[in-house]
Design a protein around this ligand. Structure first.
Ligand code: SF4
Ligand code: SF4
Length: 421
């Protein structure tokens, strides 16, 4: 389904010209004035992914980098967001997108008979490379998921940093589950539960459409909830961005600590100067960090044990395991009503229940290992976060937190410092 160009262009122009004005929480200083078997692989909708789409992605990333670093234009970033939403979202129908490509790459790594096409590798690697050099410019305006949320975030409020950190663990859990799902053959969870794809395609799944509408509604006030608390690809981008050499700065030249940008970031992504009362004796800090580093292996082992013990519920994400349990319950007469499409399909396929249960048991064995690795991974992440929290860096200026900053440019208009000032 192609989208008419004229109404879209008019809508785009309207969005760019008005959204920028209404998004600001307070005025910036005026300095100058039907059933299908569960799937594992999601091919591109009709095989249209070609080299020129990778070129468009590269072009959009390059343009965004220029807008973030040189033009420092929030309005320009809005323009690219609208383009990305229309092209990568509604026209391309969100496939293949870098967020989902994480699973294709994981499948090629974990499953011996699976290969990945160069176009998918390009979509996966390009945003990560840009992030490594320039920060999360992909999130700034190229990602269609981020663009849609950014455009609706018109009255954002800030939540407490502590709540931000707790909810932010969601994306690590989702990444771990998504990799586990691919490695065990359970399926592509990110695609299956991507609410925005349903919006782009305006298709079948009413429940997911409602979920997308809810996320967008929440996103009016709590900006980019999917990006901050769920996006598995955002984890990888954040890791890359942490090491970026040329990350954006709020003032283009030295910060004068006027504090005007302090409340401008709805993502809690601005690191403040360290309050004087928090600056401590370095020896005290080192002692605390040594203790946490010493405890980390114990915590990771406990996480692995917990993940291992969760193998049974985790394995139910695999369609063979859930089908096996359903068939067992039906055969024992515990479930009497028929009409489950999966179970009914199995019964006409000719496979025996014993075969199905044997397959299910083998899959559960995989989930024992996978669950332990998932638990260890999450414990490792929590350990690192705790160690990071206990390190009190002496910071004298306001600067973006490289890992969590989306390079969205919302804070630009609040800073009075001009280049060369
Ligand atoms: S965090 Fe994820 S969903 Fe959000 S803009 Fe970045 S890649 Fe896209
Ligand atoms: S550019 Fe970064 S620090 Fe500034 S408002 Fe956006 S996310 Fe926050």
């Amino acid at each position: 389904m192609r989208t008419p160009v004229a109404p879209i262009a008019a809508a785009a122009a309207f969005l760019v010209s008005t959204a920028h004005a209404i998004e600001l929480k307070f005025a910036p200083p005026d300095f100058e004035t039907e059933y299908a078997m569960p799937y594992l692989f999601i091919p591109p909708p009709d095989g249209r992914n070609t080299w020129w789409e990778a070129l468009i992605l590269f072009g959009a990333l390059s343009l965004t980098t220029w807008l973030v670093f040189k033009a420092r234009s929030r309005r320009g970033l809005f323009g690219v967001s609208v383009f990305s939403l229309l092209f990568f979202g509604f026209y391309r129908q969100g496939c293949i997108c870098p967020v989902g490509s994480t699973q294709n790459v994981a499948a090629a790594i974990f499953l011996p008979d699976v290969a990945v096409s160069w176009i998918i590798v390009a979509f996966f690697v390009l945003p990560l490379l840009f992030s490594l050099f320039f920060g999360r410019v992909f999130c700034a305006s190229v990602c269609p998921l981020g663009a849609m949320q950014e455009l609706v975030a018109i009255a954002p409020i800030r939540i407490s940093p502590a709540l931000e950190r707790v909810l932010g663990l969601g994306k690590y859990i989702y990444l771990g589950l998504a990799i586990l799902g691919v490695a065990t053959g359970a399926g592509f969870l990110i695609c299956r539960y991507d609410p925005f794809v349903r919006l782009y395609r305006l298709n079948d799944n009413f429940g997911m459409l409602i979920a997308a509408a809810l996320i967008l509604l929440i996103g009016v006030f709590i900006a980019r909830p999917y990006c901050r608390f769920l996006c598995p690809y955002g984890v990888l981008l954040g890791w890359m961005s942490r090491f970026s050499k040329f990350h954006l700065q709020i003032p283009p030249s030295p910060c004068v600590e006027c504090r005007l940008c302090e409340d401008s970031c709805p993502y809690n992504a601005i690191d403040m100067p360290t309050p004087r009362h928090l600056v401590e004796d370095p020896a005290q800090g080192k002692k605390r960090i040594r203790g946490l580093v010493f405890l980390a292996p114990v915590f990771i082992l406990l996480g692995a044990l917990g993940g291992y013990m969760m193998y049974e519920p985790l394995s139910r994400m695999h369609p063979t395991v859930s089908l096996s349990e359903r068939i067992a319950l039906e055969d024992r007469g515990i479930i009497t009503e028929r009409g489950n499409l999966q179970a009914d399909t199995f019964r006409v396929e000719g496979k025996t229940a014993a075969q199905l249960h044997a397959e299910s048991l083998a899959i559960k064995e995989q989930f024992k290992t996978g669950g332990a690795l998932l638990g260890a991974f999450l414990a490792l992440i929590i350990s690192i976060k705790l160690i990071e929290l206990s390190v009190i860096k002496k910071r004298t200026i306001f600067e973006p937190h490289k890992e969590t900053c989306f390079s969205c440019g919302r804070c630009y208009p609040y800073c009075p410092v001009e280049e060369g000032a």
